[in-house]
Write a protein that binds this ligand. Structure first.
Ligand code: FAD
Length: 290
């Protein structure tokens, strides 16, 4: 089913994100993780894509496994480092397998300064239009409540986001954020720019301190003092940090649902136990709000 159709029916969606293993040997464990996640009745599960396409076949395999298990999948797809031919091959394979949802992304620039992109795609908006032209897909895009790290200003980033939506994005999923006010302010500004597609809130449960440093370097997210205090205190105590991270994500979700967001998208990081505990904490709230 298309996510746009699910969004039209649901007041609030619940979704999870998993990533493919680097080696094929890790595939079974990701499949088991998706089976565990399926028990929570998500509206869909998204499967990320290696920026250079290195894990693309596993993205398709996991998305197909989800579909076979009765869960709506969405396959991520990046474009900056790929040729049109490579992208079309994957889009056609998704179509052949009955996967009708694609999250269209530019992808990060490779770190190698000598890398020259093929140049077929510059921005995600190019991919959005291209995927739409190859079939009857529901296409989502990424958005950044605190601004994309490469953009000159939040305002310019929103103008670019508007271009991406105009290219055919049916919905947006946010980058992680740890202060809900960042999302609320973004939603007001996006609306003022005429961006009216549903925006799903991306929640990252932080379950270990070193993971946090990596993620924040990538995302530029503001870390509120309350959040920093618990990372300072428990960052090197894995079980305590996990519990604190679950509690923090739970609190964020309760506040987001109370304030009427359209969707909660949990970055599961292939940790079904963490997702189970969060969803257990908010089961009645989700049941009431969905
Ligand atoms: P774009 O929308 O193209 O934006 C990139 C930059 O270009 C922004 O600064 C934007 O303001 C600017 N821009 C856009 N259009 C224009 C224009 N017309 N003119 C001038 N500037 C413009 N990465 C992966 O490799 N695999 C994944 O599976 C993956 N999944 C993700 C899922 C989510 C929900 C999010 C938030 C990110 C994900 N990423 C993933 C990371 C993403 O690829 C990077 O953040 C990347 O740097 C930007 O991708 P984008 O699709 O947002 O790019």
């Amino acid at each position: 089913m298309k996510i746009s159709e699910i969004l039209a029916k649901r007041r609030l969606t619940l979704s999870f994100e998993v990533f493919p293993p680097k080696e094929d040997s890790g595939l079974d464990s990701v499949m088991s993780c998706t089976d565990e996640l399926a028990r929570h009745g998500p509206d869909f599960v998204s499967v990320t894509y290696g920026a250079g396409g290195g894990t693309s076949s596993n993205t398709v395999k996991i998305a197909s496994h989800l579909l076979d298990s009765g869960v709506t999948p969405i396959a991520h797809l990046t474009c900056l480092s790929s040729t049109k031919g490579e992208v079309h091959r994957i889009v056609d394979e998704l179509k052949g397998r009955g996967i009708v949802n694609v999250l269209a992304l530019r992808g990060d620039r490779p770190k190698d300064p000598a890398f020259v992109p093929p140049g077929d795609y510059r921005y995600a908006s190019d991919l959005v239009a291209d995927v739409k032209s190859r079939g009857d897909f529901c296409v989502g895009g990424a958005c950044y409540p605190e601004g994309h790290p490469e953009s000159g200003s939040k305002d310019a980033d929103l103008d670019n986001l508007r271009r991406k939506v105009d290219a055919g994005c049916d919905f947006l999923t946010t980058q992680m954020f740890f202060d809900n006010n960042m999302l609320y302010s973004f939603l007001y500004r996006a609306q003022a720019k005429g961006i009216t597609v549903p925006v799903l809130a991306g929640i990252m449960p932080v379950s270990n301190g070193s993971q946090l440093k990596r993620m924040v370097a990538l995302s530029n997210a503001y870390l509120p003092p309350k959040f920093l205090a618990l990372v300072d205190r428990f960052g090197d105590k894995p079980e305590a940090m996990k519990q604190a991270g679950i509690a923090y994500a739970t609190e964020q979700i309760i506040d987001l649902v109370a304030n009427g967001v359209r969707g909660i998208h949990i970055y599961a990081m292939n940790k079904s136990d963490v997702v189970s505990r969060i969803v257990g904490n908010v089961s009645e709230i989700l049941a009431e709000a969905r």
